[in-house]
Design a protein around this ligand. Structure first.
Ligand code: F6P
Length: 568
């Protein structure tokens, strides 16, 4: 048997051993697992300094974890981790490294891609970012009229938006009080007009953030923002009010942004891993270079842990394997992330891109159909808001939703009584999901509360909680830049581990392309003077025709003029 065949056989064996194990343990309820093991909390928690990861409420046993570790070994996880940290081209469809770990490396060791140490370039860009952020924060970066910048508008989308927005909101307590930072991502014009409504062009700085500098939404928003600025301050003002972050410095220059106002990064930085690069510039302006360094420190600390910790003590590995267990063996198709911290309210949205754009794939690295389910649908809202919305389904719906709860033990505000209520709710939700309340218990509780027996009997099925619904809980001392860096890196590596085990390439995103191509074809067909759409399916043609007819009806003279009607 050759090497690859032997590896495939080992992987198949690991999957089927886990399937047999699942058949044995699936009937066990989390109640039984807790009753049978008083040390379950100690056994199924991991720590990184003050950060605790409790997965005791997952439907796993020690044997489950051992078999999952064997699955990771069979997928050559250690080899893949090594390849990632060695700058190998682990993104085969784009023939690139995925080397975001270099962006936050705090060591003096070289980090090589294609034989070249990238660290001098990484440090040089960070240094320029620091100098620029310091000038803006100190009021030394003057606009065209000589007045200092007071508002920064980041224009970007996807990875060029979600990471910075998420981090900015999470670290709001570190934010410079005199600088207003806003984010525009959507092509829907209300996003840009809303952001600019009360801004003064003379004190506004735009950051155009786009890895490719070709993204339709970003370039359209940037062009409109430029027109807004030039309309008041004139063309010459652009160089004082626009900076860019991109890998495509030629396109940046073509847009009219000078080289000294451009911050570069590299093709080995994936969009959804770019927060650590110059894409983090608005965050650095907001929280300052020192706090940004702490963010990088946190991510680097997890990089080292991920690379060096043994499988059974490795947090991202545990997170990934538990996700695989829930998805591939217990049949979950969703995954909820519920941060009990208002600052982390965009964390689920950030993770949606990280997880679903990375692992939402149906073919493996070699282009063959995958044999197992890949990324679940990820969603979430901050607690306790979610409790008053979708959490009903978590407790009593037909499909369990594996959930991650996250909370700081200490808040970044003084309302400690609020925080106690918050934490009590989070802990109780995880308990209710796991332990539940069976029908006799539900009936007894109602009778104890004075409800008559007939009513209690009638309501008992509705007031029963099956429990056995898995969740993990992350607790950390405080949400600060270091911990945010750790949290993001934990999830990044989790996604990587899952990609390795599912055999997919988590670093490309070809699935976003078809819609972009089709939109380019549809766009001219929406024009009133365009001929009826050809080659479109009936539904698409019907929608295009409806848009045109509605426009023509709501503005007949203009429509007729554009149609060249003799009546005009
Ligand atoms: O459309 C998806 C995507 O390519 C993401 O992967 C990326 O983060 C986003 O668009 C923005 O791309 P860019 O930074 O090149 O504008």
């Amino acid at each position: 048997m050759d090497g690859p065949t032997r590896a495939a056989t080992r992987l198949d064996r690991a999957w089927s051993t886990l399937e047999q194990h699942r058949d044995r343990v699936a009937p066990l309820h989390l109640r039984d697992l807790f009753a049978g093991d008083p040390d379950r909390f100690q056994r199924f928690t991991l720590r990184h300094e003050d950060l605790l990861f409790d997965y005791a409420k997952q439907r796993v046993t020690t044997e489950t974890m051992a078999l999952l570790h064997e699955l990771a070994r069979a997928a050559d996880l250690a080899g893949w981790i090594d390849r990632m940290f060695s700058g190998e081209h682990i993104n085969p469809t784009e023939d690139r490294a995925a080397f975001h770990v270099a962006l936050r490396s705090r060591s003096t060791a070289p980090m090589r891609v294609d034989g070249r140490d990238v660290m001098p370039d990484v440090r040089a860009v960070l240094e320029r970012m620091r100098a620029f952020a310091d000038r803006v924060r100190a009021g030394e970066w003057a606009g065209a009229t000589g007045r200092p910048v007071r508002a920064v508008v980041n224009i970007g989308i996807g990875g060029s938006d979600l990471g910075p927005v998420m981090a900015d909101q999470a670290l709001i307590h570190w934010r410079h009080p005199g600088i207003d930072i806003r984010y525009v991502s959507n092509i829907e014009g209300a996003d840009l007009t809303g952001a600019l409504r009360d801004l003064d062009p003379a004190t506004t700085l735009f950051i155009v953030a786009s890895k490719t500098f070709t993204t339709q939404e970003t370039m359209t928003n940037a062009t409109s923002a430029r027109a807004w600025l030039v309309g008041t301050l004139g063309e010459a003002a652009v160089s004082r009010h626009f900076v860019a972050v991109s890998t495509n410095l030629q396109a940046v220059a073509a847009f009219g942004i000078e080289a000294e106002n451009a911050f570069g990064f590299w093709d080995w930085v994936g969009g959804r891993y770019s927060l650590w690069s110059a894409i983090g510039l608005p965050v650095m302006i907001g929280i300052g270079p020192e706090a940004f360094d702490r963010l990088l420190d946190g991510a680097h600390a997890i990089d080292r842990h991920f690379r060096d910790a043994p499988l059974d003590a490795n947090l991202p590995v545990a997170m990934a394997l538990i996700g695989i267990w829930n998805t591939n063996f217990l049949g979950a198709r969703t995954h909820a992330v519920l941060p009990y911290d208002q600052g982390l309210r965009r964390f689920p949205a950030y993770l949606q891109q990280l997880e679903m754009e990375s692992n939402g794939k149906s073919v493996d690295r070699d282009g063959r159909p995958v044999r197992h389910a890949t990324s679940p649908v990820v969603f979430g809202e901050p607690g306790t808001n979610g409790q008053h919305a979708f959490v009903q389904l978590f407790h009593q719906g037909t499909d369990p939703v594996p959930t991650d709860f996250l909370a700081p033990v200490e808040p970044n505000h003084d309302l400690t009584d609020h925080h106690d209520i918050l934490l009590a709710n989070m802990v109780a939700q995880a308990q209710a999901l796991a332990i539940g309340e069976d029908e006799p218990e539900a009936r007894a509780a109602m009778i104890a509360a004075g409800i008559d027996r007939a009513t209690a009997d009638r309501l008992a099925p509705h007031r029963t909680f099956p429990g056995n619904r898995p969740s993990s809980t992350f607790l950390f001392r405080r949400l600060d830049p270091f911990t945010l860096g750790r949290l993001v890196a934990l999830y990044e590596h989790k996604v990587f581990v899952q990609g390795v085990i599912w055999g997919v390439n988590p670093f490309d995103q070809w699935g976003v392309e078809l819609g972009k191509t089709l939109a380019r074809k549809v766009l001219p067909e929406l024009s009133l003077d365009a001929l009826p759409a050809e080659g479109q399916d009936a539904s698409t043609a019907g929608l295009i025709a409806y848009i045109k007819a509605t426009r023509a009806a709501s503005d007949p003279p203009a429509a007729l003029a554009r149609l060249g009607s003799p009546q005009t």
